[in-house]
Design a protein around this ligand. Sequence first.
Ligand code: DQA
Length: 145
Amino acid sequence: MSPRSVLIANGPNLGRLGAREPDVYGSFSFDELTARCREWATRFGFDADVRQTDDEAELVTWLQQAADAATPVILNPAAFTHYSYALRDAAAQVPVLVEVHLTNPAARERFRHESVIAGVASGTVAGFGFDSYYLALAALSRRSE
Ligand code: DQA
């Protein structure tokens, strides 16, 4: 069987992993996250397309394309989590979407406690560093068994 596609989409500042607040986000780079996600995806029978953008409109376009192709999505909306209704409306069109966060926003500053994406996500994994993506892939592979 050929591997199923999954889009792993990442929002603003996640391209700065490693350099960005390493005490909060760790010392591994986005390239390292990408490599791990690809490897884990392969193990679960997926072909992962891992992307990052700082641009809200680009992220919205990627979700619309995933919706049209019925491609499942793992989304780290980064700061857009907390205020982007445009991204929420795009996420609502994707049949299977797992929201992921490296940190646990509920345990951080107050403005991070609300996710406007969570209500249209299939589920959320937060607080486990890179392993949040692993757990999201595991959940997706169980859903599509
Ligand atoms: C984040 C949490 C967000 O609050 C923050 O704006 C990010 C990263 C996370 O993965 O922990 O950029 O989504």
